[in-house]
Design a protein around this ligand. Sequence first.
Ligand SMILES: [Zn+2]
Length: 394
Amino acid sequence: MLKDRFYYIDAYMQEFDAIVLNEGEDDRGRYVILDNTAFYPTGGGQPHDTGLLNEVPVIDVEEVDEEIRHYIADTLHKGDQVVGRVNWERRFDHMQQHAGQHILTAAFVELFDIQTVSFHLGKELVSIDLDVEEVSSEQLQEAERLANRIILENRPIETKFVSEADLDQYKLRKALAVTDEIRLVIIPEFDYNGCGGTHPSTTGQVSAIKVLSTERQKKKVRIHFVCGDRVLAQLHKKNEIVSEAMKSLSSPEEEVPEVIEKILATNRALEKSLEASKEELLVFEANGLMEKVQDGMVTSAFISRSIQELQKLARLVVGQHSEVIVLFASESDGKLQFVAAKGDFVKQSMKEISTNVLTAINGKGGGSDSFVQGGGERSMSAEELLVLMREALN
Ligand SMILES: [Zn+2]
């Protein structure tokens, strides 16, 4: 029977004696089945426990075909007597988050008649999906306030196994899939729920609940929140981030957002003016290159220039000199890049250059008759690449 499982008899059982009934292996690994267990298997949104069986670490616990498989890092054998020890820090945290979820879910129903459709208990955050398209920040605050009041009132959290016939006595939040053994989790006068998870015995042990953020999820709203020690952990983390920001910005906490906004605005203005200066500089550079025309060609090797800049530069030159060919090559960490362009009066196609050169540097690229570009391995210097490019034209 479900209700005889140790973790249902006593959610606080951290240590127990058991006998290995069976051993086996599946795609998750090696496992043992015990005659009874306090290890909670993954289910109902609550992650599995971890811990020890004698000295052997239990790394995963799953229920398969009504048996609880304890996946172990070493071997145990049928008939072994074991002492099971549940990793209590992990389990109690799960109990706090799980009960906190019940309370928050109930608060949304109580206040706004909004139902929860799913629950996820993550490593850092917990979330529920509300069956509604939008939740206002006032609603969030109100639900959070009610949830924390229920926690402060330290109400009992009771669990009960009931039969189908007993069900009408309880105002359930949600219709249940009826089975032989129905387990109810009850916070009197507040929440009646069918649930198979583990919970603390009073709401006060949840300690606190804090909603952190919301996220649109198709036609649902996902609420991220934390309970118990995770509230302090979040506060600590956020405090560190804010302190770090205050230090970097030399500004008091309240002014951090405003100062960041100012910096971003200045940054955008600077970027714009830098862009304009760069354009001017390129024009200047192009003019200088034009004075170096030799045999109808302008060739130049660069170090660490972006392909975009080389393209602009080449366009500037051929735009002014319709009878020249421009060949540029640039080398930068492990890469070779090139651009070849021609003025309108030049008959030769630049495509021959890209075809020849790309094979030589095992690269990618291409273009039109009048403009090609590409890049590949740095198997030679930019100067040597220029020689190849020139040869391709002959
Ligand atoms: Zn539950």
